[in-house]
Ligand binder design. Structure first.
Ligand SMILES: Cc1cc2nc3c(=O)[nH]c(=O)nc-3n(C[C@H](O)[C@H](O)[C@H](O)COP(=O)(O)OP(=O)(O)OC[C@H]3O[C@@H](n4cnc5c(N)ncnc54)[C@H](O)[C@@H]3O)c2cc1C
Ligand code: FES
Length: 250
């Protein structure tokens, strides 16, 4: 499948940088490049080091802005967290193939782990919210949940330390037969479990995969995902795949 060429926006202005928890931030940038839920941008706010831009999903968007929800976990995201209003970033995107929204029907579950909640807001905005249940897992303090509640989405939270919602993993409060279609985004072991539960219940599931990336546009082949059709590139063939086609424990 081909996609229109992604835009490269140098010097996109930072409109807002919000700190949501100790290590989770929301960055809003002025750009008209938009995208669809599940697509991502290669983002950088530095010159030479680190060498590569970092892939970050679209969290929110409108005609003039795109927001990113990100967790600081290394050098690149640390540098993003230093940005202030009026600062500048370079964006390449939107990239990849997002969620196949037309296939999401009936009662829809969006099962997320940690920062995997990032694309949920813009996805929920495109769905009949009364049919959507978000089942979100966090290690501790939840984030990005309030806006989903404002939309009218049913949100169920699990935290590993029991500080909010049900104590444990989100997969423990996910009951696949209660849903007609499922979307999942989060750590690979969590998504593998969601895929397994969905397969057992015969419920279709779309999974947004993670991989280390370099080019982000399908050229360097550093982001393979083993599938029943052979290796696919997470950046260009995904990041969203049919969970039943992914070989989770290759
Ligand atoms: C399609 C896609 C969408 C993404 N969307 C988001 C998002 O919306 N918000 C967000 O916070 N993060 C997102 N990520 C992950 C994000 O790209 C990485 O956290 C980021 O690149 C880390 O860069 P860094 O320089 O801060 O850390 P690094 O120093 O590069 O890495 C820090 C640690 O994180 C691990 N790591 C880094 N990248 C990945 C990865 N892709 N998969 C698994 N482990 C990794 C490294 O092994 C290392 O242990 C996404 C990744 C992909 C592929
Ligand atoms: S990051 Fe280069 S092919 Fe995927």
């Amino acid at each position: 499948m081909t996609s229109p060429s992604p835009a490269c926006v140098e010097g996109a202005t930072v409109l807002a940088q919000e700190r949501l928890t100790e290590d989770v931030y929301r960055l809003t940038v002025a750009t008209t490049t938009g995208g669809t839920p599940g697509q991502f941008y290669m983002v950088r706010s530095w010159d030479r080091e680190p060498l590569l831009a970092r892939p970050i999903s679209i969290h929110k968007m409108n005609e003039d802005t795109v927001s990113f929800l990100y967790q600081v976990c290394g050098r690149g995201t640390e540098l993003l967290a230093r940005l202030e209003e009026g600062g500048e970033v370079t964006l390449t995107g939107p990239l990849g193939h997002g969620f196949r929204i037309g296939e999401l029907r009936g009662r829809i579950a969006i099962v997320t782990g940690g920062i995997g909640i990032a694309p949920t807001f813009c996805l929920a905005c495109m769905l009949p919210v009364r049919d959507v249940t978000v089942i979100a897992g966090f290690e501790s303090t939840p984030y990005a949940v309030a806006e989903l509640l404002t939309l009218g989405v049913d949100v169920r939270v699990a935290t590993e330390d029991g500080s909010d919602g049900t104590r444990g993993f989100c997969t423990e409060i996910f009951d696949p037969p209660a849903f007609d279609t499922v979307v999942t985004c989060g750590p690979m072991p969590m998504m593998a479990r969601v895929a397994q539960l969905c397969a057992g219940a015969g419920v279709p599931c779309q999974a947004s995969l993670e991989a280390r990336m370099a080019c982000g546009i399908g050229a360097c082949l550093v982001c393979p995902c083993p599938t029943v059709q052979g290796n696919q590139r997470v950046c260009a063939d995904g990041p969203v795949f049919d969970a039943a086609e992914v070989i989770w424990h290759a």
